[in-house]
Design a protein around this ligand. Structure first.
Ligand code: GLY
Ligand code: MN
Length: 455
């Protein structure tokens, strides 16, 4: 893995040099200085810092999680990396595989970086990073003050190189170990949300701060809170229950973002919820099959509502026409989030979100035309969120068509989401980076005996 990833990384940097080249002329630049980032204080009133979240524009070039490092990019020149190796008795130095430096001219300085040397005299330059003090020390203006320039560099992250796809695939493999472990535990034991969260971290070999986003580990009704990160300590004993886990892993800064929903127990309600999970799983697979190059992602989002509407009718949750479930807004009350988002160094990669979605899809974060080498999630769901459903209860015509008795009975199960990570291949079809890691594990098969573990 290491040799091949090193070779892929070298090719990736060469590709970035090609992609960046036109920007220098377009924005009249001789140098673009990209900053790795500065640790952020938790509040301005104390001296505690969040772990470094590297600037994605920097990490696009190399997986170095080191505050203060600088990359000077110039047209037709090897990129120059500046890093301080000064001893600091407070902090451990970043763990580094030196092979990541091969494509760069590296300046390691045993002390503060000599800002005057990073930028050559007379060069027209800009600084790409968050730290105004560093920009000022370099005597450079901020690149992100120019919205066109920022959009142009963000757009360079949309098409993933083979190196990035390898990283995303590895991030998926790691996350699936955690999903598998948590699914197994939930099927057979008594656990709190906190214990399941810790089991996920253990199985994926990550600290909470290393995960791409806070793990969502929701038992029962909590599954209806889309970004639930409370980790309740109360232990739930065996019996009918549901679990929604939305959690990923990182590899070289690249994120996976995977959701699985489980149910355990017997009885009619558990069986109905299990059938709904299977229904969402089935239509998620249909959407993945339909996700081909040339299609606007927003139309796939619209199709998810049509498919959800059919599931509502088939499950006897809605007694009207499927089209009415969509046109009345009912499906959007049951599935209020977007179908998915671009994925990369950012869990919600920004490059595919440059166009504002239609007003009825306010939370859709991917409005691009699907194209080869894009990576994105497809994550439909269904949730019982009372505040969103209340207007439909009060609506004489639509309210009469909803099976409130069944919907209310399902509300202690919270919600369902099924999320995979996809990469668009040169054929135009999607490759699923997530599912292969579930089907190959014998433990996953065991988990299916006691719980629906979708794979
Ligand atoms: N994984 C959380 C989200 O996509 O918002
Ligand atoms: Mn997601």
């Amino acid at each position: 893995m290491t040799d091949s990833i090193t070779a892929l990384h070298r090719l990736h940097v060469a590709e970035l040099e090609r992609r960046y080249a036109p920007l220098f002329e377009r924005f009249a630049l001789d140098v673009l200085v990209v900053h790795a980032g500065t640790q952020q204080k938790k509040t301005r009133y104390d001296d505690q810092y969040w772990p470094l979240r590297p600037n994605p524009h920097f990490q696009h070039w190399l997986p170095l999680e080191e505050a203060g490092a600088l990359l000077a990019l110039r047209p037709s020149k090897k990129p120059v990396l500046w890093r301080s190796t000064a001893f600091d008795f407070w902090e451990a130095a970043a763990r580094i595989e030196r092979s990541i430096f091969e494509p760069f001219e590296v300046h390691e300085v045993d002390g503060p970086l000599p800002f005057a040397s990073v930028r050559e005299a007379g060069e027209r330059g800009l600084f790409l990073g968050e730290d105004d003090a560093v920009a000022a020390s370099l005597g450079l203006g901020r690149a992100d003050a120019n919205a066109d320039l920022l959009a142009a560099v963000d757009a360079l992250r949309v098409r993933k190189t083979p190196y990035e796809i390898a990283c995303l695939a590895e991030a998926n493999r790691r996350a699936c170990l955690g999903h598998q472990a948590v699914g197994d535990q939930f099927a057979t034991g008594d656990f709190s949300e906190l214990e399941l969260h810790l089991a996920y971290l253990r199985a994926t070999g990550q600290d909470d701060a290393e995960t791409p986003y806070k793990n969502i580990v929701a038992l029962g009704a909590a599954g209806a809170t889309l970004h639930y990160v409370r980790y309740d300590h109360g232990r739930r004993v065996q019996g009918t229950d549901s679990l929604l886990v939305d959690a990923g892993a990182c590899f070289r800064g690249y994120c996976s973002d995977i959701t699985r929903t489980h149910v355990r127990g017997s009885g009619d309600l558990a069986a109905t919820f299990r059938a709904l999970i299977e229904g969402v799983d089935r239509f998620q697979q249909i959407l993945i099959d339909r996700a081909v190059a040339g299609l606007p992602y927003e139309s796939l989002h619209d199709e998810s509502h049509a498919l959800l509407a059919s599931l509502l009718v088939d499950s006897k949750l809605f007694h009207g026409d499927a089209e009415l479930a969509v046109s009345s807004g009912l499906t959007r009350a049951l599935l209020p989030h977007g179908l998915g988002h671009s994925l990369g160094l950012q869990c919600h990669d920004v490059g595919c979100a440059s166009i504002t979605p239609r007003a009825d899809n306010p939370f859709l974060r991917n409005t691009s035309i699907i194209a080869p080498d894009q990576c994105f999630t497809i994550e439909p769901g269904i949730y019982v969120i009372e505040r969103l459903l209340a207007p439909f209860r009060a609506h004489a015509a639509i309210g009469a068509l909803v099976n409130w008795k069944l919907l209310d009975a399902l509300s202690p199960f919270g919600g369902i989401r099924v999320e995979d990570d996809l990469v668009v291949e040169s054929t135009g079809a999607c490759r699923n980076l997530t599912r292969p890691h579930f089907v190959s594990s014998p433990k996953g098969a065991a988990a299916r005996d006691g719980a629906v573990f979708l794979a």
